[in-house]
Each structure stands twice: as structure tokens, then as C-alpha cells.
Design a protein around this ligand. Sequence first.
Ligand code: FMN
Length: 350
Amino acid sequence: MAPMTRARAGIERLPNARLATYYCDRASVGLIISEGVVISEQANGWNQSPGIYTDAMRDAWRDVVSAVHAAGGVMFAQLWHSGRASHSSFRADGSRAVAPSAIAINGEYMHTPIGKQPYETPRALATAEIASVVEDFCRAAERAKLAGFDGIELHGANGYLIDSFLQSKTNQRTDQYGGSIENRFRFLREIVEAVTSVFPANRVAVRLSPNGVYNDMGSPDYRETFSFAAQQLDRFGLAYLHLMDGLGFGFHQLGEPMTLAEFRPQFRSLLIGNCGYAQETAEAAIAANHADLIAFATPLHQQPRSRRTLCQQLAAQPARRNVGVVLIRRRGLQRLSEIPSKLSKPRSIG
Ligand SMILES: Cc1cc2nc3c(=O)[nH]c(=O)nc-3n(C[C@H](O)[C@H](O)[C@H](O)COP(=O)(O)O)c2cc1C
């Protein structure tokens, strides 16, 4: 299941029984990637999205993850910093959103705690501050581990902080975090290095949106940028690379879209595709060996009541962890019990 922000965590941003039910209802998909989970107060940019930057948040997530495990699911936390897609009203001290460069989203308005507001120009992070944001990702990974998550996915898609560092459109820095593709990749590299000291690399994943226009993204050098990122990420032996290759979430139209097939030789671990897939197109992509998994978001938005009841029953019976759990995989449908061994397959870092 692809990450889907549901904005149900209240103003305290605490996961709750509603979230537990929602995820348990979907545990039978096999691998659940959580909605974006914010890593710090600075990272907030969406009303009532859950956080993982306090011990209370950690403990509340533990209840959710335990319930998902009891229902037979595997759950990764998507760690999120919203970057420039935020507003000063999200922070108690009224401080502005942060970004690689002081470039506002060119858009009409955003939803904030004080209603619809025009986008603000973010503040460019000082070079010396960047380490503390990396540290926030690391602390969030530690809490995710203590909460029992099976792994973490770094939200590097959709114009949020990591994506805006990667892309030339939003990163016009002149220090070691900007300019060349290598420099723009440095922020993500440092985060991956930090969080792989918490989780083993094969429990850490990255999500990217090379074709996306969401949050006013799309850079002329997108192909070089995302090819480089995939090749560099390959060196870490990560759990998977999650690509929004489909165009259903908006396409920047700056050239031919990047495809799963194009990424395949650049990233040797699991490749997950997403965006606009149906069962037939997902199975075709897997059969053609363009991807190992296809993630679904909106098809899992609603679920019939009967499934919900079944999931609740499973959640109440921890001994039945692997009952009926399947996932679309390269050779068709396989049981969830095979996924953890695939995720923990030893990989060489070269
Ligand atoms: C309501 C909603 C919330 C979403 N929240 C997130 C999110 O928190 N993190 C993320 O990476 N993508 C998010 N997305 C994007 C989805 O993960 C997915 O990429 C998109 O819906 C396309 O996939 P689909 O065609 O299977 O729905 C969200 C999409 C929707 C519709």
C-alpha cells in the first residue's frame, strides 16, 4: 500500500485508534507504507498529519504497529519533512518554512491551521543548520524503530524537503549542498547514511517522483538528476526504491517520462512502481521484470465493511499472523511470509 496522508491524528499529531483500524483494515495487502509521518515541528506542513518527534508519538505508533503486525501486516514508516510546502502558522513560534533556497511554490493557496493561505517564501537553510535536519531524520528513525516499524521509507517525492534539495528548480544554493547533481544529492546521502546507523540498510527505502509536477516541481535536468540518485542509492543496499513512475499525480512535461524499465539497471534492489496502476498493468510491469512490486494508494482508499471486520478479527488473534496475506509479486501472488526474507536479503555495498 502506497503512503496516503489521511489527516486524522488531531492537532497533537498523535496516532490513535482510528489510524490503527484504518491500517489493520488494509494489513492483508502485505507491505503497508504509512502516511507521511513528520520528523520534527519544523517539518509540519499538513493539518493533523501524525508525527514521530516525541516519545508520546512513538508510544502511540507502537500501538498502531502492534495491531498491524497482529493482523499479519508489514509496516514501514514514511519519514517526511514538508520543506517549502508549509506555512508559518504550522509552528508555535511562527517561523517560516525552510527549504534549500528561498523560492516559493508557484500556486494559489495552501491549507493551513488558520485556513487557506497564499504560499509564503521559505527561508533557505543555512549550511550549518542542515546537519540538525539530518539529525531530526535520524531521531525519527530511532523512534520508528522503538515503535516496532519494520523499516522506514524516506519521503523524497512530491516537492517536499528532500526532493527540493535534489532538483535544480528548487535548489539554487552555492554551498556544498547545491550546484552540481552530486552536491544536490548530498542532503539525501547524509540522511541515508544517518538512518542506516539506526535500521540496517535493507530496512531503509527511498521514494522519488522523477516525473512529478506536484508542489510546483519539475526540473530540466530531471533525467540526469534521478538517474544519478538511483545509481548512488544502489550503493547502499537499501530495501527498495519506490518510484512514482506513473503520471496520474501530475506530469511536468519537460521531456519523455522516466520509466521503471529505465531505472531497473540503475538500482539492483527491489523496485516498487506506483501511480495509476490497475491489477492488469501492475502484473504486466512485474511480468516484464520492470518492477518487483507495484504500490496502490487510491484503490485502497475505501474498503468494504466485510474486509474491515475480517481485519479486526485478525488483529484480535495474534497467532494467525500469516492468514491469507498476499501481495502482487513478480511471479504473481505470494504470501506475506516471503516478504520479510526478501527485504532482509543480504546485499553487497559496492
Ligand atoms: C489522499 C492522498 C494522500 C497521499 N499522501 C501521500 C503521502 O503521505 N506520501 C506520499 O509519498 N504520497 C502520498 N500520496 C500519493 C500516493 O502515495 C500515490 O502516489 C498516488 O495516489 C498515486 O497512486 P494511485 O494511482 O495508486 O492512487 C497521497 C495520495 C492521496 C490521494
